[in-house]
Design a protein around this ligand. Structure first.
Ligand SMILES: [Zn+2]
Length: 231
C-alpha cells in the first residue's frame, strides 16, 4: 500500500463514503459509484449510431439531426435512483458527475463534431424557483465546458406550467405539453447545429415540443441528448 492509498483508506475510516447508487461503503479505489453499480449501468452507446431507437422514436414528430442518451431509463435501478437524487433531493453533485461523463462520451460522437451551442430544456419559472435549479441547465453547463461551445439558456422559455407528466399516458402528455414552449430570444440566423439537453426522455413529448419551438429559428439544425431515455 503506497502512502496516498494508505491516507485515503485512513480518511475513509473516519469519514466513510457511500456509493451514490446502492449506498454500500466505497472502497479506496472507487470514486462515487461502487464497482458493482458501475457494471450494472445500462449504457446505450447511441452516440455512435445515427439510426438508433431514440432517434427513430423522436424523428416521427420532429426533424432532428441526431439523438443520443447515456443510459436506458428503467423505473427502478441505479439510473432512476441517481436521477431522483439529482432532480428532487438537491444532489447537484450527481448531475455534475454524470454531466461530465456525458460530455466525455459525446466528444467521441461522429454526429456531433459540428455542434455550435448547447440549449437546456427550460423549466417553468415557478417550478425552477421551487427547485432552486434546472437540472437540464446543470447538465448543459458540463457539456458546454467539455465540448468547449457556448451555452444558450435564454433562447427558449416554458410558458405553460404543466402538471406532473411522469404518470400520464402518451396522448394526454402530448396534449398537456403542446405549445408549452416559446421562443424567447431569437438565435442568430444560421446558427448551425445545436444540442438540446434534458435529463430524461420518456415519451419524448417534452423534448419534441421544445425542439419544435426552437426550430422556428431560421437556419438551425438540432440534435438532442439526455442522461437517460426510455425507447
Ligand atoms: Zn453501488
Amino acid at each position: 500500500m503506497n502512502y496516498t492509498t494508505y491516507l485515503k483508506s485512513f480518511v475513509d475510516l473516519i469519514f466513510p463514503r457511500n456509493c451514490w447508487g446502492c449506498r454500500s461503503s466505497l472502497q479506496v479505489y472507487e470514486k462515487h459509484l461502487c464497482l458493482r453499480c458501475q457494471l450494472d449501468l445500462p449504457i446505450t452507446n447511441f452516440h455512435l449510431t445515427q439510426y438508433n431507437p431514440l432517434y427513430e422514436k423522436l424523428y416521427k414528430t420532429v426533424p432532428l439531426k441526431s439523438a443520443s442518451s447515456l443510459f436506458y431509463f428503467h423505473k427502478e435501478g441505479i439510473v432512476s435512483e441517481l436521477i431522483h437524487q439529482f432532480k428532487y433531493l438537491g444532489q447537484q453533485k450527481i448531475g455534475l458527475y454524470l454531466g461530465d461523463w456525458l460530455g466525455e462520451v459525446l466528444r467521441e460522437s461522429p454526429f456531433l463534431k459540428d455542434i455550435k451551442g448547447v440549449i437546456p430544456v427550460p423549466l417553468h419559472p415557478t417550478k425552477q424557483r421551487k427547485r432552486g435549479y434546472n437540472q437540464a441547465e446543470i447538465l448543459s453547463m458540463c457539456l458546454s465546458k467539455k465540448l468547449q461551445i457556448p451555452l444558450y439558456n435564454n433562447s427558449v422559455e416554458r410558458v405553460k406550467n404543466t402538471k406532473a407528466l411522469a404518470h400520464i399516458g402518451y396522448e394526454k402528455r402530448r396534449e398537456e405539453i403542446h405549445q408549452a414552449f416559446e421562443q424567447k430570444i431569437k438565435l442568430k440566423e444560421n446558427e448551425g447545429h445545436l444540442l438540446l439537453v434534458d435529463d430524461v426522455i420518456t415519451t419524448g413529448a417534452t423534448i419534441s415540443s421544445c425542439a419544435q419551438a426552437l426550430l422556428k429559428n431560421e437556419g438551425i439544425e438540432l440534435s438532442v441528448v439526455s442522461l437517460a431515455c426510455r425507447v
